[in-house]
Design a protein around this ligand. Sequence first.
Ligand SMILES: Nc1nc2c(ncn2[C@@H]2O[C@H](COP(=O)(O)OP(=O)(O)OP(=O)(O)O)[C@@H](O)[C@H]2O)c(=O)[nH]1
Ligand SMILES: [Mg+2]
Length: 292
Amino acid sequence: MTEADTEAEADGFRSGFVAMFGRPNTGKSTIVNKIVGEKVSITSNKAQTTRHQIRGVLTTPDAQVVFVDTPGVGKPRTALGEKLNVTARQGRVDADVVCFVVDARSGYGRGDAYLVENLDPDQTVLVLNKIDGMEPAAIAEQLTLVAPLGFSAYFPVSGFTGAGLKPLVEHLIERLPEGPRWFPNHAITDVSDSQWVAELVREQLLRILRQELPHSVATRVVEWEDKRIKVEILVERESQKGIVIGKGGAVLKKVGTNVRKQLAPGYHLELVVSVEPNWQHDPAGVERMLRQ
Ligand SMILES: Nc1nc2c(ncn2[C@@H]2O[C@H](COP(=O)(O)OP(=O)(O)OP(=O)(O)O)[C@@H](O)[C@H]2O)c(=O)[nH]1
Ligand SMILES: [Mg+2]
């Protein structure tokens, strides 16, 4: 045994990686944000909001939990969908513990059952999310549906109100091995500043745009000089440009205003829209657009 090992053991400090895994829109990112106390991962009511593994770190005096938010897994219809599924699976495979997040409101369904087949029951806890405002009988009904799946624990929670998250976190910490701090004490995430701003722009577009268009949108910071940030918004077709710009630039203006509110004072944001033909249907295009 090395000296470092002895120290780690005497210390009793626990650490490890907890993957949030599940269908799109079940509230994985909302839960991570609530637990770490800051928005580290963007959220929206559209599927495929999360496109990368996003780490959110919780450090307590005795433990460090690195939550790994992953894209929702669904039937892939595009190269983007396939890539997101791969990213999610990787996050799950690498984790010490997996939180399988199910939406209690839409109810446990076929899309969830499809994912269960590949989950290791010993590695996985089931998190039944969105219980806020639900009748106790309806929550109980959902728990009855998932109980036979044989996971190691079940937690009804609300990522909105935080209900049920404390016992979940305590349980997760108990399950982590002894180990080092992977991140400095005050770190909340490893998302870079430019990735963060690009994500904030995409989040606003997801919230403002309708139907399928959000999936066609990618964002990236192309210039950052002092407090002037230029973000490029990429769409797949010329016809989508006008929708993203809005009448008289109204959509871009709203996006800019809402993003600036979330930045430190004094930042100037410039938004430009360009076309990257059909990128989400082309694996090489997806790689280019998701590069951070
Ligand atoms: N009522 C209620 N709504 C929630 C809760 N958690 C998340 N939501 C909503 O559900 C939607 C999806 O939330 P996200 O956190 O983006 O879901 P996700 O699982 O990360 O989605 P993907 O990244 O697309 O896989 C958003 O509109 C959230 O506001 C909850 O506890 N209660
Ligand atoms: Mg998400």
